[in-house]
Design a protein around this ligand. Structure first.
Ligand code: AMP
Length: 109
């Protein structure tokens, strides 16, 4: 079971900022920006690479919520939404998650 599943099940604490039937958003424990949240689906999908046609609606929901949550957090001038898919690009937790980052000038990539 991933760390994030434990957060969903309330077996591990987290600073939750948003929750609905399908997803949960909470503060990253090692923030890389003044606002750094993680948005995750409640169902277990290991990474974006493992998402499929059945997850189409859920993925749309997550992206729209990412924008809504970013605005709720005051990121009106801009934000980044990033997902690492695979160990080779830095994924460390194997439960799909979107990083929502903002509150300072961010570089790319
Ligand atoms: P990634 O490297 O893209 O898989 O991102 C995983 C993220 O999860 C990192 O930014 C970690 O800081 C964050 N993280 C790991 N454990 C926790 C936790 N218990 N609560 C909040 N964030 C976490």
């Amino acid at each position: 079971m991933s760390i994030f599943k434990k957060i969903i099940d309330r077996e591990l604490p987290a600073e939750i900022v948003y929750e609905d039937e399908f997803c949960l958003a909470f503060k990253d424990i090692q923030p890389k920006a003044p606002v750094h949240l993680l948005l995750i689906p409640k169902i277990e999908i290991r990474s974006l690479a493992e998402a499929n046609e059945n997850h189409k609606e859920l993925l749309g929901h997550l992206l729209l919520k990412a924008s809504e949550i970013a605005h709720q957090q005051g990121l009106d001038s801009g934000f980044q939404v990033i997902t690492n898919s695979g160990e080779s690009v830095g994924q460390t937790v194997f439960h799909l998650h979107f990083h929502i980052l903002g509150g300072k000038k961010l570089s790319w990539p």
